[in-house]
Design a binder for this molecule. Structure first.
Ligand code: GLU
Length: 414
């Protein structure tokens, strides 16, 4: 995974003509944290986990990025995702750097009490290196507002009242209106802009969705409300399809109860992985990384891929899809709505005021549309695809900020 992020980074670094040394400086994380987490489960048995926080870059502001609770979490993975956060926050021009982390655990096999203990222990282990002006975690795969509330509480034990240490908190605990749906809403805004450029409209689109967690379910709900048809949805257990569009509200209720789309009576059953190659105008991978590979990229039928997940497309698949003229709207642009509303939440927390939902939605829309325009203009100017342009923009903004902080004799251009 790290190699893949570096591959995309290097594509843009080639266009900028960056030296090996500058590339190494930009790619190397500022700090790598790995901690041991020892707790007890409900039966009093010892549990042993490893927690990670990779702080990639802090040139443009406090480091920012989610925490993931998943068995695939390791140093390499977190480093890759941390680097993506640095370029992502720069693409949407937020005053943040990039970080990512998580705990190598399977929360589906743990009680809430056990998860609570592990979360608190993790915060205890990293409390010196996080903070509202240092590094601000947020939700990611399997981490909910509830978990963010625990993090705020544990950190505040040591540092005093600190709502700005973490974003994505519950609404009644200094969370921001609109944060839960933010990544999904951001996806919709960017898709609307891309369709406008192609002379198309959302209400004529069919959409296939892989993953139906926070990102996928909100995106599906918002897209359906605009008239798009969600024709297939898949997750790790199974899939459902319906040519005239799935009833998204009912599907969300079903998933809340059953934790999977599998078995939903309002559609036809299919395999979860089938949705990636489903006949639809738009494909939204909204789960884990590396799902579009050289083995399935040839069979993708969608003309637009909107990357809700981080790193869903391997470089080989990317190349195949580019050659086939599939428009890929890359993760660091497409899914930046989440961290954007995290920024609003943090800004509200440190100033102790509150925005209304309408204001959050309006400002989110402004930022996402500007980022889309910045990236597409750069893509045109440099004659590159949107992913390379997004990396280019991110690297350039980080590079220019870095150069402005110090005196450097060497002539480096971004
Ligand atoms: N985990 C989300 C992401 O990958 C959100 C990060 C944040 O809000 O800080 O962008």
């Amino acid at each position: 995974m790290l190699e893949e992020t570096q591959y995309y980074f290097n594509q843009a670094a080639d266009v900028l003509g960056l030296s090996e040394k500058v590339r190494r400086i930009l790619l190397t994380p500022f700090r790598v944290i790995k901690v041991e987490i020892i707790t007890e489960d409900d039966q009093g048995q010892l549990m042993h986990h490893l927690g990670y926080r990779i702080q990639h870059n802090k040139v443009r502001g406090p480091m920012k990025g989610g925490l993931r609770f998943h068995p695939t979490v390791n140093e390499d993975h977190a480093a890759s995702l941390a680097s993506l956060m640095t370029w992502k926050t720069a693409v949407v021009d937020l005053p943040f750097g990039g970080a990512k982390g998580g705990i190598n655990c399977d929360p589906t096999m743990m009680s809430e009490r056990a998860l609570h203990a592990v979360t608190r222990k993790f915060v205890e282990q990293i409390k010196e290196v996080i903070g509202p002006t240092l590094d601000i975690p947020a939700p990611d795969v399997n981490t909910t507002p509830k978990v963010m509330g625990w993090i705020m509480d544990e950190y505040s034990k040591y540092a005093g009242f600190s709502p700005g240490v973490v974003t994505g908190k519950p609404l009644h605990l200094f969370g921001s209106p609109g944060r839960e749906e933010a990544t999904g809403r951001g996806l919709m805004i960017v898709l609307q802009e891309a369709l406008k450029d192609r002379g198309q409209v959302l209400s004529n689109m069919t959409v296939a969705m892989q993953g139906f967690g926070n990102v996928g379910s909100h995106a599906a709900r918002l897209l359906a409300a605009e008239g798009a048809k969600i024709v297939a949805v898949g997750d790790h257990k199974g899939g459902v399809s319906r040519a005239d569009g799935l009833p998204v509200g009912d599907l969300i209720d079903w998933v809340q109860e059953h934790r999977t789309v599998q078995g939903f009576p309002g559609g036809n059953a299919c395999a979860g992985s089938d949705v990636l190659t489903w006949k639809a105008d738009v494909l939204i991978p909204a789960a884990l990384g590396d799902v579009l590979t050289k083995d399935n990229a040839h069979e993708v039928q969608a003309k637009i891929i909107l990357e809700g997940a981080n790193g869903p497309t391997t470089p080989e698949a990317n190349e195949i899809l580019q050659k086939r003229n599939v428009l890929i709207i890359p993760d660091i642009l497409a899914n930046a709505g989440g961290v954007t509303v995290s920024y609003f939440e943090w800004a509200q927390n440190i100033q102790q005021f509150r925005w209304e939902t309408e204001q959050v939605q309006k400002e989110l829309s402004k930022i996402m549309r500007k980022a889309y325009r910045d990236v597409t203009e750069l893509a045109k100017e440099k004659k590159v695809d949107l992913r390379t342009a997004a990396f280019l923009l991110g690297i350039r903004r980080v590079g220019q900020a870095a150069l402005s902080r110090v005196h450097i004799s060497e002539d480096i251009q971004f």
